[in-house]
Write a new protein. Sequence first.
Lengths: 707, 553
Amino acid sequence: MEGDVHGAHGAFEPFLPGLVILLPLVGFLLNGALALAAGRRSAEAVRQGREPDFMHGHERPLTHRLPTWIGPGVVGLAFVVALINFVRMMGADLHEPVIRTYWTWMATGSLKVEAAIQLDQLSMVMMLVVTGVGFLIHVFSVGYMGEDPGYPRYFAYLNLFVFFMLILVMGASFPVLFVGWEGVGFCSYILIGYWFTDREKADAGKKAFIVNRIGDFGFLVAMFLLYTTFGTLNFVEIFDQAPSVLVYGGGLVTAVTLLLLLGATGKSAQIPLYVWLPDAMAGPTPVSALIHAATMVTAGVYMVARTSVLFALAPAGSLAVALIGAATALFAATIGLAQYDIKRVLAYSTISQLGYMFVGVGVGAYAAGIFHLMTHAFFKALLFLGSGAVIHAMHHALHHTHSQADPQDMRNMGGLRKFMPITWIVMWVATLAIAGIWPFAGFFSKDEIIWYAGARAEGPYGQWYTLIWVACLAAAMLTAIYMTRLMVMTFHGRNRTGEKEAHHLHEAPPVMWVPLVVLAVLSVFGGWVNVPQAIQESFLGGFGLLPMAEWLHHWLHPVTGPAEEILTRYAGGFAHHAPFGGGELLWAVLSTSAALAVVLVSARVVSGIAYKPAHEDVEPTGLRRVLYRKYYVDELYDALVVRPVVRLSRFAWKIVDQGIVDGVANGLGYLARAFGWIATLFQTGSVNTYAFFLVVGVLVVLWRVAF
Amino acid sequence: MHGFLAALGYEGWILHALLWLPLVGMLSVLLAPSSRAKYLALGWSLLILVLSLGLWWAFDPATGNFQMYSSRPWIRPWGVNYAVAVDGISLFMVLLTTFTTVVAILGSFNYIKKYEKAFYALMLLMETGVIGVFVAVDLFLFYVFWEITLVPMYFVIGVWGGERRIYSAVKFFLFTAFGSLLMLVALLYLYFQARAATGVASFAYADLMQVTLSLREQMWLFAAFCLAFAIKVPVFPFHTWLPDAHVEAPTPGSVILAAVLLKMGTYGFLRFLLPFFPEAAQHPTVVTLMMILGIIGIVYTAWVAAVQPDAKKLVAYTSVAHMGFVVLGIFAMTVNGLQGGLVVMISHGISTGALFLLLGMLYERRHTRLIEDFGGIGRVTPWLATAFLITALTSIGLPGTSGFIGEFLSLVGTFEARPVMGIIAASGVIFAAYYMLPMVQKVFFNALEKKENREMDDLSPREIAILGPMVALMIWIGFHPTPFLSRMEASVVTVLERVQGVRANLPAPFGALGGVHGDGGEVVGYGDPQDAELSAVAEPQLSENHVPRGDEE
């Protein structure tokens, strides 16, 4: 079923698109086989009371050498294939998605779901981000995980993740997307709990899975509603029919979008289901970069953009997306201000940035949401990998001196720029990008989202959008503060690691810093693919010097166009000024100047604080404690949800099941036994006898028949 | 393959072979020396499995009728026939049985140490009984096989079970025997009604379906049959025998119990309850009641499962939860619901069977079933842990595994019929993660602290041979269930048409049974020689097996 493709450039001819998915699967199978082989060996070592050791002494075994090439290799190749398709797609005139059907997955009754992928501008962007950033993170992992005894297992999981992530972004129907959706959730689970003998890490993986399943429940019910409405679950057919079948703002489409939103809040860690993501930092740091920053957690944003037609038809559903996004952006940013664990700061930062993306797709600026998804993938992957390099260095230094100090606590760092200059520079690039400083990538993408949020202030629910706009601006300032604090605490000032330890601090090896540099370049220039017209023509765009004005917006138009049309028709499109006046350029200049000012001021303020190493420090008090303790939300959920459910379960088991249900059954049994006592005058009353007579009876009947 | 099987006359003898070869095997086990018992049993069950695999190709997916039908008179005065056939519903139950029997026997090698001859003989007897239940199309014959299955399981639990084996065995027996007796009474009532109406004595499936019943009669007969099947499934609140039986049963007993014996209940729903008493089964109150029981099974037993200290009991409770999806799917009475229910039956058979085998393997190593006795053993048993994780994820319905297909389709089907029920039931996906993942974590993850755990061995080649095919099946069905769904669909539609009376205009009962062949619309029944000839013209392939009913010969 090829799309209807015509036009000046000719049809889009995909180049083996299935290979993009297949390659990581092959990688998984190969690495998985190596992991199973290695697992046997290390199990033998553990059984004999030794720690498994594949690294020292003699040469690394094959099981620990091959993944170095297989793991990053398959993802790199997948990126190349994706790139070829991208180039072909650019040269073609593609208005409708190209569907590739491989086999019929589920066919029963009127339901028909095919194992099919969809190639269009949106899935193309996602493929490039997933395989491209994924490849860099795989390469980084070679250095970061090189000494881990579970090396092949790690790459097996990572390849499997990329496989499912690609199914997620390339699937041509809701169920196929859902395969990827739960598949990445599963990979996240095993990768968070990668060091599974650590109870805390295993707990974190389990928490991620269960919380995600709450969201998946919403996704499932949304699918049921869509199926009963449309009789199909294929994207193309549903989105084609939706405007005529569904009533704008009707209860049905609102319910569907709210349920999808529930799914998205689980996967993309938004209020109220964000609680698993900070804990997910228990996984290896490259995993945090790939899954919990660059790709998997953006699946919710992708899904909203993919189903933009539905969300455009549901103004209340869209508003809910934007509101949750804005609330999360602000809420998570405040928590990020008070954390000491470098990865936790980044985790809350990710939650906050995902909130921005939700605002983007919620206000109907779908291209802007995807734009921020992309730039965020660059700079947040960079920040995580950079923090990984720092943790790697800290870990080695502390390991050398057998120190028990926490290698992730920023209070134990400080002054690291002397030891790790490359990491220091690239992380500043990422910080400026995320803080929204011109001309770094984050400036363009974040600014666009904020602008569009404000530009909805005159349409339906206008006051809400004003509120969202203000929240986004506030969160932008908080972003600048917590990121500057992170940088200063980590790299500047005096070193707090310890006299002896400091000698062992060193820059990461090239296999780790080269990916960082590539990501740094992308964090600078990545934003230039979608510079707004107004800015491109102004001094911020070098008076038209920046290339590719609004390129991404135009590129995605075939996908987002129908939704934008609906928005324009019913909600009146976007205004050309912010809620309190002022054009796009003015607010861009204002926000980047403000952000820059905040960076400079907070750098000065944070530098002035004399931090103590973690073990000498005391827990903060007052409001800072509330922030440090993350508003006690985990404790709240524990008291309101987790413990009651467990208590209810125990009640169900002990009282209801064993007490009442089984009690009644046994009671009837005793009653029967009482009557049975009379019967024992004639029979033995034992089951054996019963069985005996039964068999005898059967035999008698058989005998009668035979003769 | 089809031609090859036809050349062998496969369709003519296969069902008889599947029914009687296990008994031949049983005799050979009993006669041979004790040391050979397990190998003989394995050999026979493997042979039966291989033979049964031909059904995959010999079965014609295009028709919802019974296939490979053959019948000969058994107890002439009562109109009892030895009549067997398969359709899309029983096909996979038969295959599941032959497969599970091999797996269970292979899984007993180290576990069963006493009375080996008796044990393996009983396992083969059980195979005959269960296959008989699934292929019988004469209700008397069905009932005989239904009762036969009770006996070996009673002894398997009672003799080779754990400490409280007698209590559990008796409980198992009394629960199911109680239901069976009610069913027998209802069955006889049905039989006498039919005889009174037509003057012909017959227990044939098609004939008994023909009986016209008032709604009140339907309701009471429905209740009796339903209770018998519901106890077997088991449906809440008749489930309490199951955890006890599972905990005490030896591994192979649990495997057979979970994988095939429970399916007899849901099979009974589909085969008898719905087609025989369609008005009762469709009564809104009945549907609501059954669905609520199904949902209680899904949600409530998930909670109960989550707090079990005994891993085996936990898995036993999850069986009730899974069967809840089947009950829901069946009483949704939509194609998706029924298909989903059937896939859950298959998937649950494989995955829960595998879970019990895996727990058995852990038990053989550590002699404990308590979750808290384990911890961190993924380090010493990486292969076992991998197999367990995949199986556990299948059990909780991760997409890409068979569990998802079943749950998804049955939920879709439920939602089509009763949206609110569908939504509540869908919450089961959350609770499934809630009961399964903590168990996996406490057993395989966390610190490896106990010395006994540190010394555990990983999977042996025999264990790999058991688990490998099971894991492969889970993933195969997860990614490509179409060959399964397409073989079941026509029969599912036939059942639904009978229940919903879509073909009410056709002469009952054969139109409703799906006895309509070809384009001409000739009505063909099992009871009528003339019609059988007609069908022979229309479909020569079927004709050989279309033997007329015995009592009219």
